[in-house]
Design a protein around this ligand. Structure first.
Ligand code: PLP
Length: 496
């Protein structure tokens, strides 16, 4: 039998199997859709002959007009064409059959740009986003959801048509005023409400700053170890990431090995992520000096300084700078909850218009009724009360984690000081296999994020980032028991 006839029989069989006779979608539309799909995917190659309409109708038990309607539709769309005296053919616009195309190699999604490949390769699909010991998650269950819902629904009802349209003013003035008051009082940030740009989370703020303040190929210093979200934002802007080692005083410009001058310096001085180091005053001054000499912008990410347990938090670096080279970034993800997606930037006067305009162009502004509800959340005192309650709760949970680890016999773990924040770092002694331990715990639904994920170069320390804020005490104790069991199982989980 000639190949073209075999192909026609294949089409008839495949349509027979695929047509859903009791579907609400008409049979002619189904025919057109199926043939369109097969042509588009290469299963039906260019130049393939379709069965004659009369044959197809008879074989499928359909009226001939049903088939003719489908063929006419496909012809109008350019998928098939009739050749005088010889029938309907798939046009030559389409690729060869799927079998002739190389199968995509595993782990290499087709069509990604070079930048897309790098971003994807370094994104490391997250392990465990909730529960013991997912880092960065606050106690969402104890958020005052009821009061918040009331504020939200009142603001939704009140919203004017203008407020529900497009805007480009950096966020609702009432929220910018509330944030400016809060940042000046609690964080020593020098700002007026106009300097605040409300974003949809710190991540968007970092991306916007990276795109607007550096060009592709420019160097960005990032803390080593550091925050992978910041790495992604910089990579997304096609910057060259250079590790800036963190020592016991914070990011140390003197330890940067790469001689190229930075255009951006990303840092978390209040509570270095993930090590937990608080940047000393002398280091803050040295960093500002270094940025000035290089003509670089500093991006200060002040993501969780509300949760400090031993003394008042150090004022923000931004407030210390004599010139205007610090871009301050904050988020409500930790103080409220991550799914809220509200963060903000504080920019110098000269950058207000570019940041407002480009934020509106690139991402659009967030929902205004939510911003109005947030302004009320601050002015009503609910925000301050929630932060106070959570600070006490997290202090207790950290204590619980420390005591459980001490009692568990989890061997030789060194814990970070934990003066602040939502996580501790537990450092492993040399020779233990971080990844194997993490995988073994994950099989029991306990998430031990390897510290090595936070390094760009060879990791200087091995261990785990342990989030405790969103985990109740029973779950902390259970997680520690699993961790101890995994850590104490000798042999298999040693590095060869
Ligand atoms: C260092 C740091 N910055 C910022 C954020 C929060 O970012 P976002 O507001 O985009 O949720 C996190 C969350 O884990 C973080 O660890």
């Amino acid at each position: 039998m000639p190949d073209s006839r075999k192909q026609e029989l294949w089409i008839i069989d495949a349509l027979q199997a695929a047509l859903a006779r009791d579907s609400k979608e008409g049979l002619s539309r189904q025919l057109a859709r199926l043939l369109r799909q097969w042509i588009g995917s290469g299963r039906l190659a260019g130049d393939s002959r379709l069965p004659a309409s009369r044959d197809l109708a008879r074989s499928l038990g359909l009226g001939r007009n049903t088939v003719l309607d489908a063929y006419e539709q496909l012809q109008a769309e350019g998928y098939i064409a009739t050749r005088a005296g010889s029938g309907s053919y798939v046009t030559r616009l389409f690729a060869p059959p799927a079998a002739e195309q190389p199968a995509p190699a595993r782990g290499q999604p087709l069509g990604l740009s070079q930048r897309g490949h790098e971003l994807f390769a370094s994104s490391g699909l997250p392990v465990g986003l909730f529960g013991a010991f997912a880092p960065g998650v606050p106690e969402i269950r104890q958020f005052p959801h009821h009061a918040w819902q009331q504020l939200l629904s009142r603001q939704q009802r009140r919203a004017t048509a203008e407020e529900l349209g497009y805007r480009a003013d950096g966020g609702l003035p009432a929220l910018r005023e509330a944030l400016a008051d809060y940042l000046q009082l609690s964080r020593g940030v020098r700002c007026r409400p106009e300097q605040i740009i409300v974003t949809q989370g710190a991540q968007q703020a970092l991306e916007l700053a990276a795109r607007l303040l550096a060009d592709p190929g420019d160097v960005a210093w990032v803390e080593e170890p550091g925050y992978v979200g910041a790495h992604a934002a910089m990579r997304g802007a096609a910057l060259q990431l250079v590790p800036a080692p963190v020592d016991h005083d914070g990011l140390n410009p003197a330890l940067v090995a790469d001689p190229r001058p930075p255009k951006l310096i990303y840092t978390t001085p209040s509570h270095q992520y993930p090590s937990g180091v608080v940047m000393s005053l002398s280091r803050r001054l040295a960093l500002l000096d270094s940025a000035q000499r290089h003509g670089a912008w500093i991006i200060e990410d002040d993501y969780d300084s509300e949760f400090r347990y031993v003394s008042q938090p150090q004022p923000a670096l931004q407030g210390l700078a004599q010139d205007e080279r610090v871009i301050y970034v904050g988020t409500l993800a930790k103080v409220m909850y991550p799914g809220l997606r509200v963060g903000y930037l504080v920019v110098p006067d000269a950058l207000i218009d570019p940041f407002r305009g480009c934020n509106a162009r690139l991402y659009r502004e967030g929902p205004l009724p939510v911003q109005a509800a947030l302004a009320e959340f601050f002015s009503s005192g609910l925000f301050a009360r929630h932060v106070r309650r959570m600070r006490e709760l997290y202090r207790q949970r950290q204590h619980c984690l420390r005591s459980a680890l001490a009692a568990s016999g989890a061997e030789h773990l060194a814990l970070s000081p934990g003066e602040a924040g939502l996580h501790l770092v537990a450092t492993l002694p040399p020779g233990r296999d971080e990844d194997a331990l993490s995988a073994a715990a994950a099989r029991q639904q306990v998430w031990l994020r390897p510290l090595s994920r936070h390094y760009l170069a060879a990791p200087q320390q091995r261990g785990f980032v342990l989030g405790y804020a969103g985990v109740d005490e029973a779950a902390i104790r259970h997680g520690v028991a699993v961790m101890a069991q995994v850590l104490n199982s000798k042999g298999r989980l040693e590095k060869p």
